[in-house]
Design a protein around this ligand. Structure first.
Ligand code: AP5
Length: 213
């Protein structure tokens, strides 16, 4: 199964991709996590990405496409993968389709997690992330068992620099402008399934896994 999770910042892509990856045994590829890891290593891609991420802007397609196509070519992706945060522009979606077609493959399914703007802002302003394994928590709806520590790996939790109100609003605007055209793109290709992303995390996870199965 080669699938894509599509949705606004804070719609729950990372949370749900983690659940799906664990239950179905497929690799979870998150473009934002890859950029943050590259930025903390201080390599070229990371340094370039950081300047865009801090402003809530998209990293240029050329850099992003190269990074993701290289990642999905890794051996752990042969069984399948779930993409979280990529593609985010029509150019990225088309580049992905072309690269996969060259290997005789295709994206099987795109799961669009739909959440209203007010709820997105509420979620992002209360989010904490594990420094080590990137698992997201929420101060109210999904707190860690021990304050400041990850339940899975005991890593330190931190608040992302782009989760401040002005940058959150910018990220949502960029999503509406650049990413929502993908809803029609995948819908016309007969690959899109819309899932209501508001409600219990486990219930949404079940709906997504049902759609994938
Ligand atoms: P990225 O890291 O991909 O961020 P994003 O898309 O903005 O999405 P988020 O990680 O903010 O949210 P999410 O949907 O994963 O929600 P989560 O599960 O954490 O990208 C960051 C930046 O990198 C971009 O701005 C850009 O600069 C760059 N970038 C990345 N990909 C790129 C690309 N393809 N092209 C160009 N640039 C790119 O959940 C959010 C919170 O809500 C958590 O606290 C969680 O616990 C809580 N929550 C989840 N589900 C529920 C629920 N059902 N009910 C209540 N709370 C919930």
């Amino acid at each position: 199964m080669r699938s894509v999770l599509l949705g606004a910042p804070g719609s729950g892509k990372g949370t749900q991709a983690g659940i799906i990856s664990e239950k179905l045994g497929i690799s979870h590829i998150a473009s934002g996590d890859l950029f943050r890891e590259a930025a903390s290593r201080g390599d070229d891609v990371g340094n370039q990405a950081k300047t865009y991420m801090e402003k809530g802007l998209l990293v240029p397609d050329e850099i992003t496409i190269r990074m993701i196509l290289e990642r999905i070519g890794a051996p752990d992706c042969t069984k399948g993968f779930i993409l979280d945060g990529f593609p985010r522009t029509l150019e990225q979606a088309k580049a992905l389709d072309i690269a996969m077609a060259e290997k005789g493959e295709a994206i099987d399914l795109v799961l669009y997690i739909k959440v209203g703007t007010e709820e997105l802002v509420r979620r992002l302003s209360g989010r904490f992330i594990c420094q080590s394994c990137q698992t997201p928590y929420h101060i109210v709806s999904s707190p860690s068992k021990v304050e400041g520590k990850c339940d899975k790996c005991d890593g330190e939790l931190y608040q992302r620099a782009d989760d401040v109100p002005d940058t959150v609003r910018k990220r949502i605007d960029v999503y509406l402008d650049k990413t929502t055209p993908l809803i029609d793109y995948y819908s016309e290709a007969g690959k899109l399934i819309e899932i209501n992303g508001e409600g219990e995390i486990d219930g949404i996870g079940e709906s997504l896994i049902k759609a994938l199965s």
